[in-house]
Write a protein that binds this ligand. Structure first.
Ligand code: NAP
Ligand code: ZN
Ligand code: ZN
Length: 352
């Protein structure tokens, strides 16, 4: 298959810094859209992948799955987009389309494995897929999102992952007017969870490790902040929440949060991937019909629904714009939770 060489920024090993590199993008086929990338959000999953935290990273690795750009080419069979349109690409660029999950608009749970925007299996060129820290991306039309035109464009990028990853559980667990939602961790995902849950009519609480982010959380729409290391504060919200969204990226004790769930409440893990320690105590689960659940990103239809909702309610991410060359420092700052609340790369800087 024909391809073109483009500029990208990626890493060759888990302990190497990200640097300039060239990658190949396929020439568009009849059902493809080519997008010139304007902005790309920096998700904590980019860092996990670049450093092989989860195992299975294929190198060279070019992360980035919060992509906003302008369409530069379309294939013969593409009718829903035209050249010059704004477009978004999130975490998925394809799936099998035939399994039960795909037929039910749950491509993120494709039974044959979805194709990730990066580190996925490239069905066209062979090898693995490369993400949005690059000049251009070529994506099948069915995995391209429409972008509301009334929003600040760079601040829309994080909706493509942080937005939909929190939107999906809020919708699945039926959050509505009057629901009581809590969010654990105020980072990229956490701040979007607060904004979205608030706009859905829920009352929203934040669990944070320190009081440092209290003012910000309230400004973002939280009704209260509970310091998770303060036993008295934790006790004051016992039995309160219908849904808790836990965005913490590393191993941590989830037991203290279970007591803050109401009867039949659910704690949904979206951050940490792996075994839980200390051991999960089933007593509060059994005696309160509580659930501990998980959720991954969102399907394409659901992502579009979230983007349209954000357009209607004027919701975007709080961002710090960076140049591509700043990415290694940005990763270090993300590890220290020193970002308010999402880095977004101005992709024009890739040419520097
Ligand atoms: P982030 O911006 O780094 O935010 C994580 C937040 O968690 C921090 O701001 C911090 O908030 C809290 N935190 C960090 N370390 C902690 C620790 N050791 N103990 C307790 N709290 C801690 O990261 P993100 O981009 O939101 O991503 C969060 C996680 O979700 C990552 O692991 C990422 O890979 C994962 N993710 C999952 C999906 C999915 O589909 N399920 C999608 C995207 C990302 P406070 O300072 O307020 O405590
Ligand atoms: Zn992500
Ligand atoms: Zn499928």
């Amino acid at each position: 298959m024909e391809s073109i060489k483009i500029k990208a920024f990626g890493t060759k090993a888990p302990d190497a810094e990200l640097e300039n590199m060239d990658i190949q993008r396929r020439n568009i086929t009849a059902n493809d859209v080519e997008i010139e990338i304007l902005y790309c959000g920096v998700c904590h999953s980019d860092l996990h992948t670049a450093r092989n935290d989860w195992g299975g990273t294929k190198y060279p690795s070019v992360p980035g799955h919060e992509i906003i750009g302008k369409i530069t080419k379309i294939g013969n069979e593409v009718t829903q987009f035209k050249v010059g349109d704004l477009a978004g690409v999130g975490c998925l660029v394809d799936s099998c389309r035939t399994c039960d999950s795909c037929k039910n608009h749950l491509e993120q749970y494709c039974l044959n494995g979805f194709t990730g925007t990066y580190n996925g299996k490239d069905q066209h060129l062979g090898g693995h897929t490369f993400g949005g820290y690059s000049e251009k991306v070529v994506v099948n039309k069915d995995f391209v999102l429409r972008i509301p035109t009334n929003l600040n464009l760079p601040a829309v990028a994080p909706l493509l992952c942080a937005g939909v990853t929190t939107w999906s559980p809020l919708r699945h667990w039926n959050v509505k007017e009057g629901s009581k939602v809590a969010v654990v961790g105020l980072g990229g995902l956490g701040h979007m969870a607060i904004k979205l849950a608030k706009a859905m009519g829920a009352s929203v609480s934040l669990f944070s490790r320190t009081a440092d982010k209290t003012k910000d959380a309230i400004q973002l729409g939280a009704d209260e902040v509970i310091i998770s290391t303060d036993a008295a504060q934790m006790n004051s919200v016992k039995g309160k929440f219908d849904l808790i969204i836990d965005t913490v990226p590393s191993i941590h004790d989830v037991n203290p949060y279970l007591t803050t769930l109401t009867i039949s409440g659910t704690l949904v893990m979206v951050g940490y991937l792996g075994g839980i320690e200390p051991i999960l105590n089933t007593v509060p689960l059994i005696l309160g019909r509580k659930s501990v659940a998980g959720s991954v990103i969102g399907g394409i239809a659901e992502t579009q629904e979230m983007l349209d909702f954000c357009g209607k309610h004027n919701i975007v991410s709080e961002i710090e714009m960076i140049d591509m060359q700043y990415i290694n420092e940005a990763y270090e700052r993300m590890l220290r939770s020193d970002v308010k609340y999402r880095f977004v790369i101005d992709m024009a800087s890739l040419k520097n």
